[in-house]
Design a protein around this ligand. Structure first.
Ligand code: SF4
Length: 454
């Protein structure tokens, strides 16, 4: 069977709805799925239209002649924060349907709203959650009624099968990086020759705004042995020099991280990397080892600027724990990127001041201020449905914000102000200029301009 896996092109630099910026990152889940299909004897290719910036028509042209196309609305790096504007994705599915008769949709949108996405894409099936198992079964020719985690059109209307068992990460083959345009991947704060790695899937925390449905239940990990084989191949055969461990809470698996770092230190690969974790999951020893192993940047979700709001969003951390974690990170010499969320139903004008003040106090290298999107499937979405004083900012399937005390325009104004107050300070600009990475600074300046004007 000739199968094509598609990562569609959805936005240029910054999408207006939700100020989501375009990451040219490896669609790792598609590369692993391609590997699974290839091992079963299928003729497989990947069209990373996002990396190649292909129009919907050009993407469809690249699919012509396929027996089946699997398209994702959110590749792995966007399972947690999917695009809010479905139009570009739907244009691509429509263009593909004109050329290929069998289309299967994957990603977070169909995971949380399978029937709606089945209808809107007119696909043969929508895969909910992790895609690897369902793709394999469908390509094998299994009846849709027998494929776990799939929604399809039965004789009497859409049918959603029970979810499958979570993917066993150690059983996944190495990703088919040879099918990807590896020269195009980059992360503006890490560099190019970039890829993603994934040590674990899922998160045990329950923040009200966080969309975890696509990851399946619980936290699952792969062995250091399999992961190091994947890293070795990516660096030595595909020239990867920078990477992001895209785990939701990388250091929750502390022992695993220490083992991985020991291997990286011993192996001396020319690789620098970043990861994402929580401030209460770092300590001096692990940070010191991560730094020696090539870690140059950690992403932390801070979200709020007061203990009251941290508790409201169920973050399970205090400001003091955040302060401690940041002090340790700075001592280690690893840079930090901190995410702050604006627009929770309980937020007041004072909370905005708190966020700005806390960002300045923590002084990360890169703070990012986002409006909290009430994704279907989250507690935040349920909160809006239950509380008559709240409403969605628009009536689409994926609204941009929660309105109540403040409107979307207010949230946007506050976000813009937070960016300007942080990044336009002479002390910040001078600090970056002294560090002397002008290329990276220029890329970030372009992104900053687009974020504040979107
Ligand atoms: S800790 Fe991070 S990944 Fe886990 S639920 Fe909270 S925001 Fe989501």
């Amino acid at each position: 069977m000739k199968a094509v896996l598609v990562n569609p092109f959805q936005i240029r630099l910054v999408g207006k709805k939700g100020r989501i910026y375009n990451r040219t990152w490896t669609p790792l889940d598609l590369a692993t799925s391609a590997s699974i299909l290839r091992a079963e004897g299928h003729d497989v290719s990947i069209v990373d239209a996002n990396a190649e910036q292909l129009t919907s028509e050009a993407t469809a042209d690249r699919c012509a002649g396929a027996d089946i196309v699997f398209i994702t609305s959110t590749s792995l790096d966007r399972w947690q924060c999917p695009h809010l504007d479905l139009v570009p994705f739907l244009e691509t599915t429509e263009a593909i349907r004109r050329k290929v008769s069998r289309l299967v949709v994957m990603g977070s949108h169909g995971t949380v709203l399978p029937v709606e996405i089945l209808k809107q894409t007119q696909a043969e099936a929508v895969v909910q959650g992790e895609p690897e198992g369902a793709i394999q079964e469908i390509a094998k020719g299994a009846l849709l009624s027998a494929v776990a985690g799939v929604t399809w059109n039965g004789p009497d209307g859409p049918v959603s099968n029970p979810p499958g068992k979570g993917v066993r990460m150690d059983e996944l083959p190495l990703p088919a990086l040879d099918l990807l345009p590896m020269h195009l991947y980059e992360y503006e704060v890490m560099g190019n020759a970039f890829t993603l790695f994934e040590m674990s899937r899922g998160c045990a925390s329950e923040c009200t705004f966080c969309l975890l449905d696509t990851y399946g239940n619980g936290v699952r990990k792969q062995s250091v042995d399999r992961l190091t084989r994947e890293i070795e191949v990516a660096v030595t055969q595909f020239g990867v020099r920078t990477a992001y461990f895209i785990d939701l809470e990388f250091t929750v698996l502390r022992k695993q991280v220490m083992e991985l770092c020991d291997w990286l230190i011993e192996r001396k690969l020319p690789l620098t990397w970043c990861c994402q974790t929580r401030f209460d999951l770092v300590d001096a020893e692990v940070l010191e080892k991560m730094k020696r192993a090539g870690c140059t940047l950690i992403h932390f979700g801070v979200e709020a600027g007061s203990d009251r709001m941290l508790s409201k969003v169920n973050k399970g951390i205090t400001m003091d724990a955040i302060r401690r974690g940041m002090a340790l990170t700075k001592e280690s010499g690893i840079r930090s990127a901190c995410f702050f969320m604006i627009g929770f139903p309980e937020s007041t004008q004072e909370d905005m001041v708190d966020i700005e003040e806390f960002a300045k106090e923590l002084a990360p290298d890169y703070p990012l201020f986002h409006i909290a999107a009430p994704y279907p499937g989250t507690e935040l979405h349920e909160q809006v449905k239950k509380d008559p004083s709240l409403r969605f900012s628009d009536d689409s399937l994926f609204p941009e914000a929660v309105e109540g005390r403040f409107s979307l325009a207010d949230w946007k104004r506050m976000t813009r102000r937070a960016y300007i107050h942080y990044y336009a300070r002479p002390s910040y600009v001078a600090g970056r200029l002294i560090k002397g990475d002008f290329r990276s600074l220029w890329r970030q300046a372009k992104l900053f301009y687009n974020l504040v004007t979107a």
